[in-house]
Design a protein around this ligand. Structure first.
Ligand code: ADP
Ligand code: MG
Length: 345
């Protein structure tokens, strides 16, 4: 549905915001663009919308090359981080605005605005102005305006980031359900890995104007392709420990661990294992990272334990009632089959 090929954007002044980027998004997909601030997410979204002119490369939507097509002729609707509602118009007029631009007759416009407002639980608010609405309500009006003209593609630029934590979770569920129902191809930009994992069918992780990995949430979570992706994904950061292959095992932070078959002797590696897949032992284990229990952090139903070794820190998540005492010795043991070995460190 959306195809991006060799897309490069160099801003005046020389910032290379997009660097020969390729991307294909399927019909009906909920697709997340995830990456740290400044990696080029907004520039990519604005390029798809036609609000940014690429330096080189092509963009296709629904099989048509739209690279030089004006924004209004691309049949996409964009929702901005700050919603960009018109402050002097009431909710009904805001929702109907894109239809007015398309010269839809007034009666049809009003009927459609009412229908969309009903679907987004805004019916009681149609006469209000944006200034008289809560953040969550404004967000729904922005969504309603995007939905109103039945676009082929939704483009969302961090639409939940101005909501407080609780409301953000509600709005997230709401958005997921809306996309499921409407089935409209959606590109959703976020720097929040939890949001991307929760919402998307597939995620593209971006770094410095490039895409470093595309995959389902499960693939990105369980098999991050690089240490960059590994450190970016997960509610607690992955343990990433430098080590070396030797004598058929991996020597990592005081532990001897099973080595993958294809590693040359002496090869430097980075060993990755999530704290959720790291167990604690109170007795010595050759396949465990030794350390002293330094910090306990309550995560609610579980506790994040930080072990301090001679020259490493490693974290493990333990269940209720299994917290070790601070200051005691412990060994952090990676669970079999859950560890990843990187050579890009
Ligand atoms: P993100 O949305 O991932 O935070 P952006 O796409 O906004 O990243 O920005 C990518 C890079 O391009 C950043 O280095 C940013 O400073 C730069 N940039 C964005 N817009 C402009 C602009 N209009 N002029 C110059 N540089 C820009
Ligand atoms: Mg941005």
């Amino acid at each position: 549905m959306i195809s991006v090929h060799g897309l490069t954007k160099v801003f005046p002044g020389g910032v290379r915001a997009l660097d020969s980027l390729d991307l294909d998004i399927g019909e009906g997909e909920f697709f997340a663009l995830l990456g740290p601030s400044g990696c080029g997410k907004t520039t990519l979204l604005r390029s798809i919308a036609g609000l940014e002119t690429p330096t080189s490369g092509r963009i296709g939507i629904g099989g048509t090359d739209v690279t030089t097509l004006a924004p209004g002729r691309r049949d996409v609707a964009m929702v901005f981080q700050d919603y960009a509602l018109f402050p002097h118009m009431d909710v009904a007029a805001n929702i109907a605005y894109p239809l007015r631009i398309r010269k839809t007759p007034r009666a049809r416009r009003e009927a459609r605005a009412a229908e969309v407002a009903d679907r987004l639980s805004l019916t009681g608010l149609l006469g209000r102005r944006p200034g008289q609405l809560s953040g969550g309500q404004q967000q729904r009006v922005a969504l309603a305006r995007a939905v109103a003209c039945r676009p082929r593609v939704f483009l969302f630029d961090e639409p939940l980031s101005n909501l407080d934590a609780r409301l953000r979770l509600e709005a997230r569920t709401f958005l997921k359900r809306l996309q499921d129902e409407l089935g409209v191809t959606t590109v959703f930009v976020t720097h929040d890995q939890g949001e991307a994992l929760a919402l998307a069918h597939r995620i593209a992780v971006m770094d410095a104007g490039r895409i470093v990995q595309v995959g389902t949430p499960a693939e990105i979570f369980h098999r991050p392709a690089t240490t960059f992706v590994a450190s970016f994904i997960g509610s607690t950061p992955m343990n990433l420990l430098p080590g070396r292959a030797g004598d058929g095992v991996l020597h990592v932070a005081g532990a001897a661990l099973p080595a993958p078959g294809d590693l040359p002797e002496g090869e430097p590696i980075v060993y990755g294992v999530r704290p959720e897949y790291t167990d604690l032992s109170a007795t010595r284990r050759d396949d465990g990272f030794p350390g002293e229990v330094a910090v306990l952090e309550n995560l609610g139903a579980t506790t994040l334990v930080t072990l301090e070794g001679p020259d490493h820190l490693v974290q493990a998540v333990v269940g209720e009632g299994r917290e070790p005492a601070v200051g005691t010795a412990a060994w952090a043991v990676p669970r079999r089959g859950r560890a990843l070995v990187y050579r890009d460190g």
